[in-house]
Design a protein around this ligand. Structure first.
Ligand code: AMP
Length: 208
């Protein structure tokens, strides 16, 4: 399984990716998680990235692409991978194609988790994320059910940044639906349903 997940922030990409990882043991490559880890470690890249993340903007491609290449080269990604949050614009998609072709790998599909933007705003403002493992749940969850870590509200899940992230998605990431549609590898699920129902469809659409 070598797939790209597409969808607005808060559409449920990470949740569906976690379920696929648990069932199929493929690598979950989330650029948001990789960047948050760099911010937490206060690495040079993390310090630069934080500015853009806090503003609801995309981190410059040159900072993100290196992280993805490094992660794709790790052993667990050889079985398969789910790219979650990458590519985020057409330039990243073209770079990914070039990198995968160097590796002799083809994408099996690009899966769009489709959710209306009104639903997204409500979801993101009540989302809490585990500081340790990145698990996400609703506002009533204060301890991570997976690792007992502390659940917190990401700075960029606060109302003032949510709209900016949605605008960034519409202008820069949404064109990728056409990009992968044109390659004939786009599939789509309705993400505005309970997680397990969406997951049944995800597997059906991916032929799993
Ligand atoms: P996410 O967890 O995927 O919602 O990502 C959180 C933030 O990290 C985004 O709002 C961007 O600022 C940044 N980010 C994540 N993935 C990328 C990417 N592929 N390219 C540029 N910025 C990214």
């Amino acid at each position: 399984m070598k797939i790209v997940l597409l969808g607005a922030p808060g559409a449920g990409k990470g949740t569906q990716a976690q379920k696929l990882v648990e069932e199929f043991g493929v690598a979950h490559i989330s650029t948001g998680d990789l960047l948050r880890a760099a911010v937490k470690a206060q690495s040079e890249l993390g310090v630069k990235a934080k500015e853009y993340m806090d503003a609801g903007q995309l981190v410059p491609d040159e900072l993100v692409v290196g992280l993805v290449k490094e992660r794709l080269a790790q052993d667990d990604a050889k079985i398969g991978f789910i790219l979650d949050g990458f590519p985020r614009n057409t330039a990243q998609a073209i770079t990914l194609d070039a990198e995968l072709s160097k590796m002799g790998v083809d994408l099996d599909g690009a899966l769009l988790v489709d959710v209306a933007s009104e639903v997204i705003v409500n979801r993101l403002s009540s989302r809490r994320t585990c500081r340790s493992c990145g698990y996400t749940a609703g506002a009533d969850t204060s301890v991570c059910p997976r690792c007992n870590g502390e659940m917190y509200q990401r700075d960029d899940d606060k109302p003032e940044t949510i709209q900016k992230r949605l605008d960034t998605y519409a202008s820069q990431t949404e064109p990728l639906i056409e990009y992968y549609g044109g390659k004939g590898i786009l599939v789509k699920v309705d993400g505005d349903r309970p997680v397990d129902e969406v997951y049944v469809d995800v597997k059906k659409e991916l032929g799993l």
